[in-house]
Design a protein around this ligand. Structure first.
Ligand code: AMP
Ligand code: MG
Length: 413
């Protein structure tokens, strides 16, 4: 076989914003689906949750104690207790609560329905705890230790609007108003495809020139973390026919919302993704950023494809900058972007002109400073693993003094 030439370098350089817009065009918010409430964590509501019942559904006791009429024990003190007969016992779950007659008490447990005729609960600690008769040592005001029906939520009210991200508390309130399934946006399914003839599986001893494949599991984890579902295809060799075949196979079943490739898109001679997908709807460009200059974006058979660079740090940064917001938007997330804050650089640095740099850092949120870890090179994966943020050095900046303010993207929230 003749030696292939170097791949042509992309001529046009585009800005980070232009490429973000091109990737964002590939996928919008996905349709809704119903999921059982215990499988809804992290999903985003497509429709509001309407309260089927009020919360609380009925007046009930906030304490273990005695349901009384406040007027009957109005003069009770530690030295001059009031004694009342205990006419009934009301545990939580009691559905047939007898009326409280004047001059009597009902023993009542937390969450049990307040009997008609009662207007206060004396907590057990303010009584002698009697079961036949109870001595009350303190006078409760009317309403004491009573949780009123609907004081939290009225029946028919919207408890969670569409667009709510379902965390523990949101799932809790939806369950409390009687919800069994929730209408949420479908999760995007992402085919993560790693290219490179040097890539081998863990467990296989490395021959000289081989490395363990790491972008696949890394990007699959990033997809899952963004709320997507990853399908992983790890060892696609630098063979154009092979790449096209596996891609066609996976696109044929229409189950994929987005394809992420890694590797094979720069200026080398065996750029399998660039060769295989140029002319098939994917455009290869140079973005004014570091790491992650070479990028690809387009559609193959109608399915969005984002071609990420192979260097692991470039791949990760590119995912964060271009792909994660799109997956979160697909999921319906109201905040697709990472939170950004400003912090002061812990040490001075220099940067390449004309490139927006996303440098890896550790934020000291108390001191308001960010310290670089590892340095600019895009193969320093262990340093990336120690970082909890990126900080941004703008295109026009070549030097920053210690203490300069920089934009910080928080990665671990
Ligand atoms: P490429 O863009 O394919 O030339 O890859 C750039 C660099 O990233 C090379 O050093 C590759 O060996 C490395 N690389 C590419 N893909 C992966 C991967 N999936 N896992 C680990 N390293 C990779
Ligand atoms: Mg490669």
């Amino acid at each position: 076989m003749p030696t292939p030439p170097f791949a042509p370098t992309a001529r046009a350089t585009r800005s980070v914003e232009e490429h973000r817009a091109a990737v964002a065009d590939l996928l919008g918010p996905l349709p809704a689906e119903d999921v059982p409430i215990d499988r809804a964590q992290g999903r985003v509501l497509a429709e509001p949750v309407v309260a089927g019942v009020a919360l609380p559904p009925f007046d009930n006791s906030a304490m273990d104690g005695y349901a009384v009429r406040a007027a009957d024990v109005a003069t009770a003190t530690g030295d001059g207790p009031i004694t009342l007969p205990v006419a009934a016992d009301i545990p939580a779950g009691c559905t047939d609560v007898p009326r409280l007659e004047p001059g009597t008490a009902h023993r009542i447990m937390t969450g049990a329905p307040l009997p008609a005729g009662a207007d206060a609960v004396v907590q057990v600690e303010h009584t002698d705890g009697g079961t036949e008769r109870v001595r009350v040592f303190r006078a409760p005001a009317a309403g004491t230790s009573v949780r009123r029906a609907a004081e939290d939520v009225a029946a028919g009210a919207i408890v969670l609007p569409a667009g709510t991200v379902l965390g523990a508390a949101q799932i809790g309130v939806a369950a409390a108003v009687g919800t069994a399934t929730l209408s949420v946006r479908r999760r995007p399914t992402v085919l993560v495809l790693s290219t490179g003839s040097e890539l081998v599986a863990p467990g296989t001893p490395l021959r000289p020139g081989q490395i363990y494949e790491s972008n696949g599991p890394m990007l699959a984890a990033a997809v899952a973390d963004a709320g997507g579902v990853a399908a992983l295809l790890r060892f696609v060799p630098d063979d154009v026919a092979h790449l096209r075949r596996v891609l066609d196979e996976h696109l044929a079943d229409r189950a994929v919302d987005l394809v992420l490739t890694s590797g094979g898109i720069s200026a080398g001679a065996y750029e399998v993704v660039k060769e295989g997908l140029t002319g098939r709807g994917v455009e290869f460009v140079k973005v004014a950023m570091q790491p992650g200059g070479p990028q690809g974006v387009g559609r193959v058979d109608g399915v969005g494809v984002v071609a990420l660079p192979g260097n692991p740090v470039s791949s990760h940064v590119s995912f964060e900058v271009f792909v994660r917001p799109v997956l979160r938007t697909a999921l319906g997330h109201p905040h697709p972007e990472r939170p950004r804050v400003s912090a002061a650089l812990a040490a001075s640095l220099t940067s390449t002109p004309g490139r927006r740099q996303f440098r890896r850092g550790v934020l000291d949120a108390v001191a308001g400073t960010v310290r670089e870890v590892g340095g600019p090179p895009s193969h320093l994966l262990a340093a990336l693993a120690r970082a909890d943020c990126f900080f941004v050095v703008p295109e026009g900046v070549t030097e920053l003094a210690a203490g300069s303010p920089v934009e910080v993207w928080l990665l671990d929230t």
